[in-house]
Design a protein around this ligand. Structure first.
Ligand code: EPZ
Length: 416
């Protein structure tokens, strides 16, 4: 699907079951490489990034079976420890295979993932964590050769709670001799899931959910089975969608606690919300109010919902300000929202938005995963038809955004 068409100004109504979490499953798939045996993961979303990670796992010798939403990975016989550059370039998060490969084989050959439209995306914190565990890192051309005879437990200090670097450090430390303490670790729900997943495989991780993670090295892991939670960012995207379109929906299959900052923001903007153990009821009548918000590491407002929030505020009441503190390039979607008539002024890390309703449908282009989803959200509040191009970005993280939103009454369709 390369183009999505949205006929705006239709309210949403109904119930939606949220797919499994992309940002939890990708590190879990990488972690399966640590074990010379079989790992089963349930509720895996059928999205492009998962298929890409599957391709890499098979390239290095894993035998994978992806049946429905259940994934079996047999990592008994790895054939190599090199992540091909084309994979790294097409999906940055394949860098998180370097930690498990280093932990399992003592080697990992990777390359600098490079930046993307949302930011420069360096990996210095990943590499410094590997060095702290005793790895040697050599650059040969654009390849990174990471090696260690025996990884030794140590103290790792992160000056910023990087999600990916925390994940890579955790996985590399699983077999390290002695104790590793990761200070300043990220606390996102996906990190908690990874700790639980690794311990379910037989790892020795303590401090789950805190910023100090303690890893007691073990000698081997065991076959395991795990079910991943719903995707909090997909759920947050649909929360934003009902605020833009108005109506009332039930979002099933998530832990509302993982979305607390987005829920309290929606409440401030005028939505009515009811939280249950594994679902969230949201209703929005009339235009939401613009607010001021800053993106922060968890439990702050997530950068992955910033573009979608901007789309809501573009068609809301009043004026608001968004400050993006995580990714320097994450305001890229504003210029596409301008094509819909949005009144947004970007100045460095700050976006000032004056809400106008309705916006006007037009042809726009997705430039990244969450920015593409934001354009769909904006289309719901546009008069006429909005046509979103380059929708392959959206397919990286959403199983079928057209299926989901049309099941809630949106007039939306995908076209090749
Ligand atoms: C993960 O990316 C997510 N991706 C991102 O989601 C998410 O936006 C991000 O965490 C923040 O929550 C996956 O989980 C696959 P970071 P990651 O390392 O690990 C700087 C989506 O839309 N940094 O926490 O790359 C970096 O430049 C994606 O699903 C360094 O300086 O995020 C950025 O400014 C987009 N050096 C900040 O930290 C490093 O070595 C946050 O990056 C690593 C990161």
């Amino acid at each position: 699907m390369s183009v999505i068409q949205v006929q705006g100004l239709r309210s949403l109504k109904g119930e939606i079951k949220i797919q499994g979490s992309k940002n939890a499953v990708l590190p879990m798939m990488a972690a399966a490489v640590l074990h010379k045996g079989t790992t089963v993961i349930h509720n895996v979303p059928r999205i492009q990034d998962v298929f890409c990670m599957l391709g890499i796992l098979e390239h290095i010798g894993c035998i994978c079976c992806f049946d429905g939403h259940s994934l079996t990975i047999d990592a008994r016989d790895l054939t190599q420890a090199e992540i091909p550059e084309e994979y790294i370039k097409s999906m940055r998060s394949s860098i998180m295979l370097s930690g498990p490969l280093l932990g399992r084989t003592g080697n990992a050959v990777t390359s600098f993932p490079g930046g993307c439209s949302i930011g420069e995306r360096p990996i210095d914190l990943h590499l410094s964590a590997f060095r702290k565990l005793g790895a040697i890192i050599e650059e040969k051309g654009d390849k990174l050769m990471v090696s260690a005879n025996r990884l030794m437990g140590n103290h790792i200090y992160f000056p910023f709670p990087s999600v990916g670097a925390t994940e890579n450090a955790l996985m590399a430390a699983v077999y390290a001799q002695g104790i590793t303490v990761i200070h300043g670790a990220a606390k996102e729900p996906e990190i908690i899931t990874l700790c639980e997943f690794l311990n379910n495989m037989g790892a020795g991780i303590h401090g789950t959910g805190t910023s100090v993670l303690i890893v007691k090295g073990v000698r081997e892991l065991c076959d395991s089975e795990f079910t991943v939670a719903g995707d909090r960012i997909v759920a947050g995207t649909y929360l934003m969608a009902v605020m833009a379109a108005e109506g009332e929906i039930v979002i099933q299959g998530i832990q509302p606690g993982h979305l607390a900052s987005a829920i309290s923001l929606a409440d401030r903007m005028g939505a009515e919300l009811k939280r249950y153990e594994s679902c969230l009821e949201v209703s929005m009548s009339g235009r939401p109010d613009c607010v001021d918000v800053i993106t922060e590491p968890y439990p702050g407002f997530p950068t992955d919902l910033q573009s979608q929030l901007m789309a809501v505020m573009a068609s809301a009441k009043g004026t608001g300000r968004i400050k993006e503190t995580i990714f320097e390039g994450r305001f890229g979607t504003a210029k596409e929202l301008h094509k819909l008539g949005a009144d947004i002024i970007i100045e460095g890390k700050r976006a000032d938005i004056h809400g106008l309703y309705p916006l006007k449908g037009n042809r726009v282009t997705a430039t990244d995963l969450r920015g593409g989803a934001a354009l769909v959200v904006a289309g719901l509040a546009c008069e006429g038809v909005t046509e979103i191009h380059e929708c392959h970005h959206i397919e990286r993280g959403y199983e079928d955004i057209c299926r989901d939103l049309s099941s809630l009454g949106a007039a939306i369709r995908g076209m090749e």
